[in-house]
Design a protein around this ligand. Structure first.
Ligand code: URA
Length: 195
């Protein structure tokens, strides 16, 4: 079975089986999207209003900014894979609760296992703290983290500020764009370490 089919089967199964309470209030599940052979997977927090309507991650204002930043390093959405730790929109865009994050965690881990990217990029602290609970985004952003996890194909992670947080904050926007521009170097660094 090819990866596309595997992902489709996974999403169909988890749409049924996920026990996330947010299912009751969300319009629909918002599974990951993009290139299943991507070297890079971006992980955000949870769908917002627009994503809930469209059934696709990062299609609102934060997503437009993400597309813009991909352009900075000559990538398009179709070159990468984009997903969220929580697959259903929290009401009024509140932060996802710990039990909502853990309800969707197996879905995310299985998604990552199918894609097997070289690098996982966290968009914001929620995504980062899902894997590195003790780190602060203010200190960890823009730095390559190397840590093996059971059942994960990659041990390389790169945390960034969330694009929504940086949208209307000029200095954070600048930091996020500078961190984003480091991605090609980070990929080369991983190649060197794996050679
Ligand atoms: N913010 C996120 O974290 N994810 C989305 O899909 C959209 C906005």
């Amino acid at each position: 079975m090819d990866k596309k089919q595997e992902l489709e089967n996974l999403n169909n199964k988890w749409r049924e089986e996920c026990e996330c309470e947010l299912k009751k209030t969300a319009t629909q599940a918002v599974p990951g999207v993009g290139n299943e052979d991507a070297e890079i997977v971006f992980i955000g927090e949870a769908p917002g209003k627009k994503e809930d309507e469209m059934g696709e991650p990062f299609v609102g204002a934060a997503g437009k900014f993400l597309n813009e930043m991909l352009g900075l390093i000559n990538l398009e959405r179709n070159d990468v894979y984009i997903t969220n730790i929580v697959k259903y929109r929290p009401p009024n865009n509140r932060d996802p609760l710990p039990e909502e994050k853990s309800a969707c965690r197996t879905w995310l881990l299985k998604e990552l296992k199918i894609i097997s990217p070289k690098l996982i990029i966290f968009l914001g602290r929620h995504a980062m703290n899902n894997f590195f609970p003790d780190l602060q985004i203010s200190g960890a952003h823009g730095k390559l983290l190397i840590k093996p996890f059971k059942d994960m194909s990659t041990k390389y992670f790169f945390p960034l500020y969330h694009p929504a947080a940086a949208l209307y904050d000029g200095s954070m926007r600048e930091v996020l764009m500078e961190d984003f521009k480091k991605i090609p170097k980070v990929l080369k660094e991983i190649d060197k370490r794996q050679a």
